[in-house]
Design a protein around this ligand. Sequence first.
Ligand code: HXC
Length: 253
Amino acid sequence: MLVVYEKSDHVATITLNRPEAFNAISPEVYQEFSDTMIRFRDDPDVWVAIITGAGQKAFSAGADIKQMLPRLADKSFALPPGIMRGLNIWKPIIAAINGLALGGGLEIVLACDIRIAAENARFGTPEVSLGLIPGWGGTQRLPRMLPWCKAAEILLMGKPIDAQEAYRIGLINKVVAPAELMSTAQEWAARICENGPIAIRAAKEAMIRGMNMSLDDGLRLEESFFAGLTTTEDFKEGISAFAEKRKPQYKGE
Ligand code: HXC
């Protein structure tokens, strides 16, 4: 399998599994990744996903330069929707970056909400060195997430930055030793799962939709989501648990 899907305790771990090619994304890997993300979206038992790469070297070195990029030049070749473009998933997604995240690999990271990296991770968009630009959101998400000059540095120099620099500029949440990467990502996922799952999805959807709205429209959207949440069983459980000084048992209802 080119993409492995495992689940336990409401958390799916999704592994790009082509370590001999730095988890480069061939058309087959892309198709499996798209299918797997839809499976995660539609699985009611699973509330959070962790995306990582197989092996010690790479999260992903991006689109497969030999198998994917020549196909993209063919106008009749269309890719299915992905989390980078076309597929909205309101459940939180954590990237556990175990090595290089280049090109499309970085663009997967940018489509994740929480990003935890091993010390050996590096981040870059080498597309310009191939006479291309990023095609899975890099030119749009990086300047929205970083100060302009740091986004420009990554996009125009084509030279990767290391994990400490990525942390310093706010591209990632945390840097850990490689051996602690997955346990840290799992701890963050478990912490998110302690919260009301419908509220978590509403928070993410409000964040993403609000990014493209005026503040007034965003505040109206928040108000309507808030009103919707006050009618849920989870909300009743949340306030009862607080009053009864116990942990809430959320069901996502
Ligand atoms: C295809 C790749 C690959 C890639 C690595 N490999 N990256 N194959 N596409 N993106 C393969 C190599 O061909 C090689 O296979 C094996 O992995 C090991 O790579 P080496 O180059 O021998 O290893 P090393 O010297 O350690 O260098 C690793 C590397 C380098 C830094 C990751 O391979 C590299 O620069 N790769 C290209 C990264 C890149 O430009 N990514 C952006 C792609 S464009 P063999 O069979 O020879 O052993 C993109 C656009 C996305 O992502 C948007 C599309 C719309």
